[in-house]
Write a protein that binds this ligand. Structure first.
Ligand code: GTR
Length: 406
């Protein structure tokens, strides 16, 4: 399919009839009847389906071999925060593959709960703080901020509104981030210089057996490895978040790694929270055409063949249970199919019920700017494809609520 010939469907009446795979139907045909059965039988079975058909393998070891502190500032952000920067190496020697971590911690909470997520443009993009080391990695070109695939000084704070660092600190939360390109540059041949190639012998996984989303998600677990070792971090309260393609990666990381206490999907859309069988906005065929390397090879066999897939995205969301999950959409982001994201969350609810928890607690999609939900939070806000201060207000409130602060 040529990308130009693709015409997204935005007409609800043209959504095809479909039946979702039953999230509680086990491989032997029986239905899950208890939380224990979910955890011991169905959860691993569904995880395996996503590995095989969608995102590829998720290698375990090596974990972080060594961390090197690059800088610590105990008076960052006007004296309100501690800023740490580290390199986490996945092997021995200074030329071993690794990733750069930026961590801000509030001075008020010890140890501090932390929001963790990947960023799109290098750690320097999340704040104007001049103390942040400028990423030296390959970056996608953008205006004066990234020239010849290298960050310029103008790149500082270029996505600060998406991170709300000062607000998080003021509310008692830390924030930890890594540039996703440290794991795999986001282009068709990025895998050749990313960890799928550089770590293939250590990970015992061939590059084609997993995917770029898999590599990004793997990096989030390595960030968690570090956070668990930092006594200033409350490792039991690390909330994973991601926007768009990085929302897909956050969901996949949260599905694999139960150490994350909460998972937040911001406008993750196709291959994230949205039901693929709806074929509304972006479709499997379209995403496989634009970004074939994001998913494992087998995913291509579901181009215009959604009903043959043993999974749909409600099953991915269900893998977060019984932990709190937040799914957020934006009204003008029809490409990501807001309704499909809501329905994904709704169809995942029976798994929370197994644990005696209420998921969304409503059946109809709420109006714009009216957040809903219990252990699954949801909102659709005014505006387009982005993470805004409004989104963060909801995530902070949700995190407060689930940590007994409210
Ligand atoms: C789009 C892609 C979406 C989403 C988005 C983003 O081009 O079609 O699936 O991932 O990029 O990451 O902003």
């Amino acid at each position: 399919m040529a990308q130009s010939s693709f015409k997204p469907n935005y007409d609800e009446s043209k959504v095809p009839a479909y039946t979702l795979p039953d999230v509680l139907k086990m491989p032997d045909g029986q239905r899950v009847a208890s939380a224990k059965q979910w955890t011991s039988v169905q959860r691993p079975a569904i995880l395996q389906l996503f590995k095989e058909h969608v995102y590829g393998q998720m290698p375990g070891n090596p974990r972080v071999v060594r961390s090197v502190v690059r800088s610590v500032d105990k008076q960052a952000l006007g004296g309100k925060a501690i800023r740490k920067q580290l390199t986490l190496f996945f092997g021995n020697g200074d030329d071993a593959p690794g990733m750069e971590v930026l961590l801000y911690l509030p001075k008020t909470a010890k140890p501090a709960p932390v929001f963790a997520g990947l960023n799109f443009f290098g750690n320097h993009c999340v704040s104007n703080d001049p103390g942040i080391l400028l990423s030296t990695r390959w970056l996608p070109n953008r205006n004066e901020e990234v020239v010849n695939n290298k960050a310029t000084e103008k790149a500082r704070g270029m996505q600060a509104s998406r991170w709300q660092v000062e607000e998080l600190i003021a509310r008692g939360y830390g924030t930890a981030t890594v540039y996703y390109g440290d794991l795999e540059p986001d282009h068709a041949t990025g895998w050749q210089t990313g960890i799928r190639t550089t770590l293939k012998n250590d990970l015992h996984t061939a590059p084609e057996d997993w995917s770029a989303i898999g590599a990004w998600a793997w990096g989030l677990s390595r960030l968690m490895d570090y956070l668990e070792t930092d006594p200033a971090v409350d490792a039991k309260r690390v909330m994973l978040h991601g926007h768009s393609r990085l929302g897909k990666a956050a969901l996949w990381a949260g599905a694999n790694d139960p150490r994350f206490a909460m998972v937040i999907s911001n406008d993750s859309g196709e291959g994230g929270a949205a039901i693929a069988r709806r074929m509304f906005g972006e479709t499997i065929e379209r995403i496989n055409t634009s970004f074939p390397y994001w998913f494992v090879g087998k995913f291509k066999s579901y181009n215009q063949n959604e009903n043959a897939m043993p999974t749909d995205q409600h099953m991915l969301l269900a893998l977060v249970a019984p932990r709190p999950l937040y799914v957020a959409s934006a009204k003008d982001d029809q490409w990501a199919d807001p309704k499909g994201e809501f329905l994904g969350a709704r169809a995942a609810e029976p798994v929370w019920a197994l644990f005696g928890k209420q998921g969304l607690g409503i059946t109809d999609m709420p109006p714009v700017d009216q957040p809903v939900g219990q252990t699954i939070g949801y909102h659709i806000r005014t505006g387009g494809h982005d993470i805004t201060a409004y989104d963060w207000q909801q995530y902070i409130r949700f995190a407060d609520r689930h940590s007994g602060k409210q």
